[in-house]
Design a protein around this ligand. Structure first.
Ligand code: ZN
Length: 228
């Protein structure tokens, strides 16, 4: 009962990590460094793991190695607002320019290759099609096809769990509350990072962030709905 969690340090992946720790005996975390504009994401994830260990000793015992995979080449070939100094806008395709083409497909390949070596064939990730910007690599049918290709290509059955797939952001807060109560909700509120602009100046009731980028907008609205 081992699993690997795609862990960026955002609200979604921190919630997925708790979900995995609630279900599996041994959980490893995988982060990707792909030339993000803001290093804050990578800093936040290590601090989150340390604090999670402190508030939940039972989960700490199950929490294994944290892996960071270098994918600088992805940032170099994708001209997006996440990897370049560019303002966030919706492009002609109807997708925001925060879309890194195929990013989740690439992440899953690497996570599975790591799982092959580390002895887990179950992956957990925070993709969500209910309440996101319409990224085509977050959709259940895309991910199903990718996991089939991975299983065939590695000749081993890999499974992907996406516990947030049909949840709104408020639903994700509710799930965190069910899994870890106030302590987990508070940890995610103060120590996860979602903002596309890397803003961590003031702590708002919904957490840190600029409050106006598309990721913050979803987070602000979700928190308001959850807290109501
Ligand atoms: Zn923001």
């Amino acid at each position: 009962m081992r699993a690997g969690v795609l862990f960026s340090g955002g609200q979604d992946s921190t919630t997925c990590l708790a979900w995995a720790l609630d279900r599996f005996d041994h959980v490893e975390t995988i982060g990707f460094h792909y030339g993000q504009r803001h290093a804050v994401e990578m800093e936040v994830r290590a601090a989150f793991l340390a604090k999670l260990r402190a508030i939940r000793l039972d989960w700490s015992a199950k929490l294994g190695e944290d892996h960071v995979v270098e994918l600088a080449g992805l940032g170099a070939i994708s001209e997006t607002a996440l990897t370049r100094d560019e303002s966030i806008a919706v492009g002609e395709s109807g997708l925001p320019n925060t879309f890194v083409p195929g990013r989740n497909l690439i992440f899953l390949n690497y996570a599975a290759a790591l799982g092959w070596r580390r002895g887990f064939s179950t992956l957990v990730a925070g993709m969500c099609e209910a309440d996101f910007s319409g990224y085509p690599d977050c959709r259940a049918d895309t991910l199903g096809a990718q996991m089939r290709a991975i299983s065939l290509g590695m000749d081993r059955d890999f499974t992907l769990h996406t516990p947030l797939m049909q949840l709104s952001k408020a639903g994700a807060w509710n799930l965190a509350d069910e899994l870890g109560g106030d302590a987990l909700v508070e940890l995610i509120r103060t120590d996860s990072h979602t903002c596309y602009l890397g803003e961590r100046g003031d702590l708002h009731d919904w957490g840190y962030g600029c409050g106006t980028c598309p990721a913050c907008e979803l987070r602000v609205r979700g928190w308001a709905e959850f807290a109501a």
